[in-house]
Design a protein around this ligand. Structure first.
Ligand SMILES: [Zn+2]
Ligand SMILES: [Zn+2]
Length: 558
């Protein structure tokens, strides 16, 4: 059992005890233990009992519960609460906006035990009758449940990528005489995957036997399509076709509806082929090949006709790591480790942007600590030259839209990334006032994760994308494409507009540890959908061009 699992168990225990109305002193001690364990640098399983007991915030009683989990893989006290809590109540813990105290009221006073019931109660305006539930809370709960329910059975690309590859391999070895090609959402590099789909020449009955023997249920079963769902709760779909028709089927299942209808309208395409390759479908119609990720709108067809499709950005085009955190704030690796990893991965520079002082929960930097960090950066730059570390900060955009430090200190940074981290529940009007003020600030160079969304779990505050992009164009502010697979914010659907306004995008990993540098790839995959080129992506700039960019930015400053 690793530290994260043990910490999660204590967090869950503390929440369940709150729901059951236990002594709050006790429940707090478990949540503190969880917090402590999360921050430990050493795995508990590698520690002696005495060492565990002596950790600050753990002590004997909780220490014994840790050892119980390490030795037996069980946690009796947690099990006791799990057994006496209805499953629907447990599910409510996943809904944003209802904490344990509110769940206790919902369960004990409203006598509601499932999400469906709770949604119904919200629609019936019943929650407002209870203490602590205003009309606003009720609306938030309703929105969150709807969001949660929509998300069931959907996954981040990153969550299913390996799974789909493994399954693809397994199918190919299990049916050596058949062809399997991944298609649909995966092939089109969607950020959220609802189904994993293939085109295949297998016989349907053989597929059915295969999946049934692996405990999958059949969802759909027609002459040309069959789908299954197993424990992993994701739909696996198969477009059944013949060897002659495989490329037509691949083409038909790879594009969006709007792309395909435009393609039909603009070409003399015959859906019944046969075609020797997918490329042939394009070439016989006088078009250059449109890669699957660009098959979204009619626009790519127009470009393919003129042989002017963009040469989209690739992972190898990322030259620097922009937006990263170190142990100076809430990162897991030291500044030195972050720099050395960037060097060994072949990057030319690292922009270190720890949290600013208002992000106290993330150990945001006081003014004194900033100066100390700058001294360290100065020393490391001498050591690592020509590699360069840039002095940056992820400055909170405060409630009134201002940045987190006085101008005298802001001017000490090479560049500033401005992001919203607090008071995320805003109307569009409020969000726009806040963001526009930050964009107008002459010290802002990059706008971080524009909407604050967390895919599949938080919708993000509403913004007017056009107005933000227009403002960034006027004030020469770069828009981040936060490459964390759960953010991917700015949404790729707005990048084309940004490019048309000559606004630079920056694919940034927002790395809190070395491994997360690789997240850049998820940003690349969606950026390709938007037709982003390396020229329009800041993190593809060479060190020299990046330095020139910073000079230009600093000219904005008073
Ligand atoms: Zn952030
Ligand atoms: Zn960050």
């Amino acid at each position: 059992m690793d530290n994260n699992t043990i910490a999660d168990n204590f967090t869950l225990l503390s929440k369940l005890m709150d729901i059951h109305g236990e002594n709050s002193f006790k429940t707090k001690s478990y949540s503190i233990a969880a917090f402590t364990i999360e921050k430990l640098q050493t795995e508990l399983k590698d520690m002696e009992a005495q060492q565990i007991f002596s950790i600050k915030g753990i002590g004997d009683a909780i220490g014994k519960k840790i050892i119980e989990q390490l030795e037996t893989g069980q946690f009796a006290l947690l099990n006791k609460y799990l057994e006496t809590t209805p499953p629907g109540i447990l599910e409510m813990l996943s809904i944003k906006g209802i904490g344990p105290k509110k769940i206790a009221v919902i369960w004990k006073e409203l006598e509601i035990e499932t999400l469906g019931e709770l949604l119904y109660a919200c629609n019936e305006n019943r929650l407002t009758l209870f203490k602590g539930f205003g009309e606003k809370t009720q609306k938030n709960i309703r929105d969150a449940i709807e969001f949660y329910m929509n998300a069931q059975g959907s996954y981040l690309f990153q969550q299913v990528e390996q799974f789909s590859q493994n399954l693809d391999d397994l199918l190919k070895t299990s049916f050596p005489d058949s062809i399997f090609i991944l298609t649909g959402e995966i092939r089109r590099q969607f950020e959220i995957i609802e189904k994993i789909e293939w085109v295949t020449t297998t016989v349907k009955d053989d597929l059915t036997t295969f999946f049934k023997s692996n405990n999958y249920d059949i969802l759909e079963d027609t002459k040309t399509y069959t789908s299954f769902k197993g424990n992993a709760n994701i739909t696996l779909g198969f477009h059944l076709t013949s060897l002659d028709n495989i490329y037509n089927t691949l083409f038909l299942t790879s594009g969006s509806d709007s792309f395909l209808s435009s393609f039909n309208a603009q070409t003399s395409w015959e859906a019944n082929g046969p075609y020797p390759s997918e490329e042939a479908i394009f070439s016989v119609n006088g078009l250059s090949y449109i890669p699957p990720y660009l098959r979204e709108t009619a626009n790519s067809i127009v470009l393919a006709k003129n042989d002017s499709l963009p040469e989209v950005i690739k992972t190898k085009n990322i030259k620097g790591i922009i937006h990263s955190h170190s142990t100076w704030s809430d990162g897991n690796n030291t500044l030195e480790e972050m720099a050395e990893a960037a060097i060994s991965k072949g990057f030319e520079y690292l922009v270190i942007s720890d949290h600013s002082k208002s992000a106290f929960y993330a150990n945001g930097l006081s003014e004194e600590r900033i100066l100390a960090q700058h001294q360290q950066i100065h020393e490391l730059n001498l050591k690592y030259a020509p590699f360069r570390i840039f002095k940056s900060i992820e400055s909170d955009i405060l409630n009134d839209g201002s940045l987190d430090y006085p101008e005298s200190l802001l001017s000490a940074f090479d560049l500033i990334i401005a992001s919203v981290h607090s008071n995320l529940k805003m109307t569009e009007e409020k969000a726009m006032t806040r963001l526009l003020k930050a964009i107008e600030n002459p010290y802002t160079s990059i706008l971080g994760h524009m909407t604050g969304r967390l895919l599949l779990s938080r919708a993000g505050y509403p913004v007017d994308h056009k107005k933000i992009i227009d403002a960034c164009a006027i004030h020469d502010v770069v828009i981040e494409l936060n490459a964390h697979p759960r953010r991917l914010d700015i949404d790729w659907r707005w990048i084309e507009y940004a490019i048309s306004k000559n606004v630079l995008i920056s694919i940034n990993p927002d790395a809190h540890k070395i491994d997360s540098y690789d997240d850049c790839r998820y940003g690349i995959l969606v950026a390709q959908k938007a037709g982003l080129t390396k020229e329009m992506n800041l993190s593809s700039f060479s060190l020299k061009s990046f330095e020139a960019f910073i000079m230009r930015q600093q000219k904005k400053r008073p």
